[in-house]
Ligand binder design. Structure first.
Ligand code: NAD
Length: 323
């Protein structure tokens, strides 16, 4: 299999590249390092089946030779990143998706779009099923990400219906694990960094808003199960074990043995009140179930962050290579 992963030097993309290479695939990672870093894939560089092309997929996407699968993962994903890069985020969701779909069409390859639970916005249906259309503010600050992904889903569907491109859409729910940037602003890396450095854990609002967190290995398995099927989706991939943000902060504080206090800070605009995937479709169509419970996943992630912070590498990665 010859596989192209856009955004392959990011958090999820690098885990995908690693897993695909372990399965014997030839992998081309296309990344402009806006929020990712060559360091995420440097351990793969010696593998003759691994190729890195530094490029912005909103410009032009070309890969010589045959391609069997395109995994389109390029896009800023953390609120800090997409609020810092609003136009880039809209461009990668629209033009970047157009170019990645064009590549798949040209090569007769299967295409998988990394969409997000954010297409559900601040949901009025709970848990979220794929049939729910969402509740998104089209002019709110988060819209640069949410609407870009909603457009990307629409474009992917149009390529399937009009061009016969073999496509799949995966709606990924909050995923965490090693290689997240300690300063990327997402809750888990933030709480872990704060707990390990003795800073207060900053919980937004009253901390009662919920998230359902999925360990990266499970998400990668789900994405690859969709990629290996002919299912068009959209399909939710996430771990339904829902917890409040305050519970998450306290759990991380306990697991790190930290004595950091909790500090309540302002809640961002349009922050979803609840988030939990209904994963029955993934179970039925892909035979996929999350396997790593939150405590085990958080322990592994904390171990990784502890080593990063000890090695003094966390500060250097504050904004991705370019961001
Ligand atoms: P990330 O920021 O770590 O990775 C994104 C990668 O895309 C980075 O390496 C970045 O440099 C690259 N990129 C951005 N714009 C680009 C462009 N124009 N051209 C080429 N490369 C570009 O984020 P992540 O958490 O790994 O997310 C990866 C994908 O998964 C995103 O599409 C995101 O929307 C989706 N997703 C992630 C989560 C999650 O919880 N991590 C949840 C839902 C969806």
């Amino acid at each position: 299999m010859r596989i192209v992963v856009t955004g392959g030097a990011g958090f999820l993309g690098s885990h995908l590249c690693e897993r695909l290479l372990a399965r014997g695939a030839d992998v081309t990672c296309m990344d402009d390092f806006l929020t990712g870093s060559p360091r995420n894939v440097e351990h793969l560089m010696g593998n003759p089946g691994f190729h890195v092309i530094e490029c912005d997929v909103t410009g032009f996407v070309h890969v010589p030779g045959e391609v069997d699968l395109v995994l389109h993962f390029a896009s800023a994903a953390s609120p800090i990143d997409y609020l810092r890069h609003p136009i880039e985020t809209l461009k990668v969701g629209s033009l970047g998706t157009l170019h990645a779909l064009g590549l798949a069409k040209e090569k007769g390859a299967r295409f998988v779009l990394a969409s997000t639970s954010e297409v559900y916005g601040d949901p009025l249906e709970h848990p979220q099923r794929e049939s729910y259309w969402g509740n998104v503010n089209p002019v709110g600050p988060r819209s640069v990400y949410d609407e870009a992904k909603r457009f990307a889903e629409s474009l992917t569907t149009a390529y399937r219906n009009s061009n016969g491109t073999d496509t799949g859409i995966v709606r990924i729910f909050n995923t965490y694990g090693p290689r997240m940037r300690p300063h990327d602003g997402r809750a888990i890396p933030t709480f872990i960094r704060q707990a390990l450095t003795g800073e207060p854990l900053t919980v937004a609002g009253d901390g009662r808003q919920t998230r359902s967190i999925c360990y990266v290995d499970d998400t990668v398995e789900g994405v690859l199960a969709l990629a290996g099927s002919d299912f068009e989706g959209p399909v939710n991939i996430g771990n339904p074990s829902e917890m409040s943000m305050l519970e998450l902060a306290e759990t991380i504080r306990d697991l790190t043995g930290s004595s950091s206090p909790i500090r309540f800070v302002d809640r961002p605009a349009d922050d979803p009140a609840v988030r939990r995937p209904d994963t029955s479709l993934a179970a039925e169509r892909l035979g996929w179930h999350p396997r790593v419970d939150p405590i085990t996943g958080l322990r592994r992630t904390i171990e990784w962050f502890t080593a990063e912070l000890r090695g003094g590498r966390a500060e250097a990665d504050a904004g991705g290579s370019r961001g």
